[in-house]
Design a protein around this ligand. Sequence first.
Ligand code: NAD
Length: 582
Amino acid sequence: MLRSTSRTIRLAKNVIKPTIIRSSRLNQFRSVAQLAHFKTPPNLTNEPVKNFSFNDTKDWDLLRASITKFTDSDQPLQIPLVINGEKIYKDKTLNQVNPAKHSQVLAEVSQASPKEIQLAIDSTKKAKKEWAQTSWVDRAAIFLKAADLISTKYRYDMLAATMLGQGKNVYQAEIDCVAELADFFRYNVKYAEEMYGVQPISTAPGVWNRVEYRPLEGFVYAVSPFNFTAIAGNLVGAPALLGNTVVWKPSATAALSNYLLLTILEEAGLPKGVINFIPGDPVEVTDIVVNDPEFSALHFTGSTDVFRQLYSKINTNVANGRYKDFPRIVGETGGKNFHLIHSSSSLNHAVLSTLRGAFEYQGQKCSATSRLYVPESLWPEFSENLNNQMSQITIGNCTENLHAFMGPVIHEASFNKVKDAIEEAKADPQLEVIAGGEFDKSTGYFIQPTLVRTDDPNHDFMKREFFGPLLTAYVYPDAEYESIMDSIDSVTKYGLTGSVFARDRKAIQLATDKLRYAAGNYYICDKSTGATVGAQPFGGSRTSGTNDKAGFGSLLSRFVSMRSIKENFYEIADFKYPSNIS
Ligand code: NAD
């Protein structure tokens, strides 16, 4: 586990025993598979999100204790590379700091050199055969057990690591590194089970047809973003569940929670070499990994520009004939997500949903609301109400001020990007800063939630992803409700999420029809964020990604290579067909 003198695994001491229900769920999976019948476990539900309300004193106490475990030492935690199950500590490290208090170094993260990157690739190859031959029930059990460890024994440690390292408040951490992560692991088992159960017909006499869902022949490269611990878990977990082995390059600003997750998977029984953890220079790691002839798939989540770069490197190698396979490329990328408010909408609901959509987790969700379209008739009341609500948002270091609604943005580059945009807005005659607009990085990377209004629906602020607490509004004439949709649809290159707020059913129908390709996740009278595994399969198209839908069975099909098998039980006695006999 985390190496740091005696702190090492005091991290695991807030133990809550996994419940009987959870173990019986495991048994259900076992017996189902032993019978070779495929059916969904009846009690599979989304992990309940803890409220952390004022009276939940036990939860708060356990959380505080976990936060202290990560922060009470003078020495930062040492995070190793993990290759073939072996922890490798390097002299060359990169600090992960608390974005809410950047003087606080949380971890010194070992950085892989070319030699270790190659070792990690070799390790995936070495582990592959045995892992691929491990029965799927045993593979599934590891992920089901990890889900239970996350939601019980390590719940508060995961929360603390994600809150400290990634600047989340407790609720945002709960829905990410506990609920969504456990959901990914559990629902992927359900979806894999269903996928394996889809088999071809065998209607001809004496013939048995079947499809074998082989893992990919080579290895998978998973590159994860900073903003969701759960996404990192799915990027590595989905391919591994299906028998693939993985090189994992975590985000430098999520290494703490990501490493803790890896140790949980190990405790759940993940064999050596199945997932190899390689923090390091992203370009260097990528160049070595995608140049290997046995590179079989990229599983990426992050910005569109980075995905393009990876895509292009892979394409060059495809063109050169370097690979054994045509690699699968799965990527979920950026967004410029909209809220379209119709004059018939419930104003207060639309305002509150917009505030949550735009400013929860500091606007650092790929699905965060960043474009707002409000009709002229509602704008005075809407903007006053939104302004008023925004003034009540509390911002702070969420591990000290545990009740803060917003924390910091993730790092200095992100701070500068949003700060520059706000300064640009202040100087641009086509933009007006309506609320917020302040920032301060003296202790942490804090930016006030900021609302900007533009009088140009084609303004660059309606196109660019800022990935911070910056929302741009355009006020449209009520009569232009239909034509504003053309602008919503075409002004950005993205197509991730979007919402329409209306009570008038015709207005909803029209938007649903005209905005068919504007969002891969489309909401009616709800905010553009908050997709739940199994309930709203997640992903967008256009330049928002390959839209393979995380949290749904379709994703899993990208990490298997099917083999059709026909077995014949009869023997022939003559090479001639009846028509050949005169
Ligand atoms: P990012 O693109 O900066 O980094 C993502 C990963 O790519 C990290 O591991 C990073 O180290 C690596 N990386 C960075 N530059 C690289 C390079 N040149 N070559 C190879 N790897 C490189 O993204 P981020 O800041 O971690 O996350 C925010 C972005 O992710 C936003 O654009 C957001 O919209 C997107 N995102 C999308 C989804 C989705 O499901 N669509 C979900 C979460 C985040």
